[in-house]
Each structure stands twice: as structure tokens, then as C-alpha cells.
Design a binder for this molecule. Structure first.
Ligand code: EPU
Length: 339
């Protein structure tokens, strides 16, 4: 039975530990809970908001409507042949548990995405990525429920219009669908992506020449732990901003002024500049104002050090953006959704 609560404080359900009240709130454990919630919202004319792991959101004011905390879980192999397996996970499953499930079954493709916060359902919305792999590289399809009609629809990768930290679910279809499950197509033979950052170097350090899946997972875990704050101790939402994509001409002009500017080629002939570098050079790495600051080991991660309010965070990011704009004439764009 679906239990609907009133005036529920949302901060404990976010990794930044910042929130406000939801007018109405319910936890979903099953598809029938979801169906009941859709009917309830229609009857009461309330807008539905979906909360997964709360790891990519800054709730800055009361949420009017019905907030659904998605805890519909489970992963299973739905098809398998000699070359690949299709694995489907329900959207409320914890992303890292899903990655563990695939690793335990000896399937290749998700290992670089180990330890990304959040749930399976949030992964396609922003096409999560890390260490040279994005969800779109292994995505097969997803099942989504239309929040207006309750009908199920299957979305292929093409339908999702994946791009860097982006999909159709952030634009035309924002708020329209409940992502119910995600299916990935994984290889049964090793096919590692080791070129990003220090993965290869870390393997060499350990004298590992022919890595196994669990070696990669271990290395990713260590690289992340060395750089990223632990959300249980230092509430944060991962990268707060997106890396910046600029034209080649603009990057060449910047490189003349800053020869050490890190840059990577991106799709459409664009050049990607790490926002962490820009923030660091603008003087904000490890800088705190009151209870908010940018992490000292990865300047792209904003940390709530001591009970910050949404207002304090918003004032702080305004300063970060202004400093980057002043120094580089570039605009930072939030990766975190601000509600
Ligand atoms: N850098 C600095 N100073 C910093 C941080 C970064 O100079 O304080 C520069 C360095 O040159 C470094 C480069 O930025 O080599 C890239 O840094 P890093 O490898 O840490 O990755 P990122 O581009 O900052 C992205 C994702 C992360 C993902 C990592 C690893 C985005 C917005 N972020 O960060 O994703 O874990 O790559 O693949 O694309 C997230 O989305 O929440 C997230 C954590």
C-alpha cells in the first residue's frame, strides 16, 4: 500500500544534505506503488517529482506536488550468448550495486563507472560518465512510464539523444516519464578502457600486466577515494559543474595565454576544458566561504562542510562562476539540478 506523507523534509534524501519540504511524499517499492501514485496525483492534480539517490540535486525551496522516492530495485541477466549479455536493472537500484552485479557475473563494460553516486534511473538522464566511459557506450534500451497516461514506452539509445551529461530527459521530456528500468549490453570478453587519466599508470604501479575485472574496479576505487570527498563525511553532489566545451579557435586563443591549459577533443569538433582546472586557477580550489567550499583535491566538487543552506550554496556558486568568467571569459554551467 502506498503511504503518502505531508510536509516531508527532503534534506536527508540528498547527498548534499540540503533541502526543503515536499508538499507530499511517498516511497515507491514496486510498480504497483508507482501506478497508485500516478492515479493519486491525477486525482489531486499534483505534479510528480522523482527523487533517486538525491546525488545530483540542490533543493532550494519547498517542492509543491508529490515527490516520489524511487526504491524499486533489482538486477537480472535477461539474455546471454557467447559474446554478450543483456542486463536489466530497475531504476531505484543503487548504481554501484548494479555495477557490482555485472562484475560478479564476469561482464565487461561498466567497471569504469564503479562508485558513481545515485540510482540506475538517474544514469541515462544525464548519461553518467567517468574514466573514458559513458553510459551511452553500453546502453541497450530503457523502459519508461508516461506519468500522464501510465503507459510504458521503450527508448533506444537514439531516442534518448545522449550527449555529454545530457539526454532528452533533461529537455523535451523533462518531468514527463518515470524511468522504470535500464538495460545494458555487456561483453563477455575483456575489452578495457584504460586510457583515461592514471588508470594504466596505477596498474603498472601494482605490476598488473593483464588486468582482471576486479583489478580495474579496485584501481577506480582508489583513484576516486584519493580525489573525491566521501559523501557520508563531507556532503557533496559529485561534480557541481560540467566541463566546458568551446570552439577550437577559442581554445587556441586560450592556449596562447595559458600554455598548460588541459584540453581534450570533444564531439562536433569542439574542445573540452576541465572546469576543475578553471576553478582552481580562478582561486577556488579548497576555498571556503562559511560552511560551503570547493574540495581541495578536486575543485569541481562543492562540499557542504557544516550545515549549509541552499541560499549559501547559491551565493557561493555565483562567486565561483563570476571568478571563472572574469579570468577566462567562460561560463560554467551547473551539472547538478537546481530545484
Ligand atoms: N583539474 C585541475 N584541478 C582540479 C580538478 C581537475 O587542474 O582541482 C584538471 C586536471 O588537469 C585533471 C583534469 O582537470 O587532469 C580532469 O580532472 P578529473 O580527471 O578529476 O576529471 P573531471 O573532468 O574534473 C570528470 C567528471 C567526473 C568523473 C571524472 C573522471 C564531469 C563534470 N565530471 O571530472 O564525474 O568522475 O571526469 O572520469 O564530467 C560527476 O559527474 O559527478 C563526476 C564526478
Amino acid at each position: 500500500m502506498l503511504k503518502i506523507e505531508r510536509n516531508k523534509e527532503l534534506a536527508p534524501f540528498t547527498t548534499l544534505r540540503i533541502g526543503a519540504a515536499a508538499e507530499f511524499f511517498a516511497v515507491l517499492k514496486s510498480r504497483s506503488d508507482l501506478e497508485a501514485a500516478i492515479i493519486w496525483a491525477k486525482e489531486h492534480r499534483k505534479k510528480i517529482w522523482i527523487l533517486g539517490g538525491g546525488s545530483n540535486v540542490l533543493i532550494s525551496q519547498e517542492v509543491r506536488g508529490l515527490v516520489l522516492k524511487n526504491e524499486i530495485k533489482g538486477s537480472e541477466i535477461v539474455e546471454r550468448n557467447d559474446d554478450y549479455a543483456l542486463v536489466e536493472a530497475k531504476s531505484g537500484e543503487i548504481w554501484t550495486k548494479f555495477v557490482n552485479f555485472t562484475v560478479q557475473h564476469g561482464l565487461y563494460g561498466l567497471e569504469n563507472l564503479f562508485l558513481i553516486y545515485g540510482t540506475v534511473g538517474a544514469a541515462p538522464v544525464q548519461n553518467i560518465g567517468a574514466y573514458g566511459v559513458e553510459l551511452k557506450d553500453v546502453f541497450y534500451h530503457l523502459k519508461a512510464i508516461d506519468l500522464k497516461t501510465g503507459h510504458e514506452k521503450i527508448f533506444s539509445a537514439r531516442d534518448c539523444r545522449f550527449a555529454y551529461r545530457d539526454s532528452i530527459f533533461k529537455h523535451q521530456l523533462r518531468g514527463r516519464y518515470f524511468i522504470y528500468s535500464v538495460t545494458v549490453k555487456l561483453k563477455r570478453q575483456p575489452d578495457f578502457k584504460l586510457d583515461y587519466g592514471s588508470i594504466r599508470e596505477e596498474l603498472l604501479k601494482r605490476n598488473i600486466k593483464e588486468p582482471r575485472l576486479r583489478d580495474i574496479v579496485k584501481v577506480i576505487e582508489e583513484i576516486r577515494n584519493a580525489k573525491l570527498p566521501n559523501p557520508a563525511l563531507s556532503p557533496n553532489a559529485g561534480s557541481f559543474f560540467k566541463n566546458v566545451e568551446i570552439s577550437r579557435a577559442k581554445s587556441e586563443a586560450l592556449l596562447k595565454r595559458y600554455p598548460d591549459l588541459p584540453h581534450f577533443s570533444a564531439s562536433g569538433g569542439k574542445v573540452k576544458i576541465p572546469a576543475g582546472w578553471l576553478i582552481e586557477k580562478a582561486g577556488f580550489r579548497g576555498k571556503r566561504i562559511g560552511p560551503v567550499g570547493m574540495h581541495d583535491k578536486q575543485a569541481l566538487v562543492l562540499v557542504n562542510y557544516d550545515g549549509a543552506s541552499a541560499k549559501q550554496v547559491l551565493a557561493f556558486i555565483k562567486k565561483v562562476k563570476a571568478a571563472v568568467k572574469k579570468k577566462f571569459a567562460l561560463d560554467l554551467e551547473e551539472e547538478v539540478n537546481i530545484l
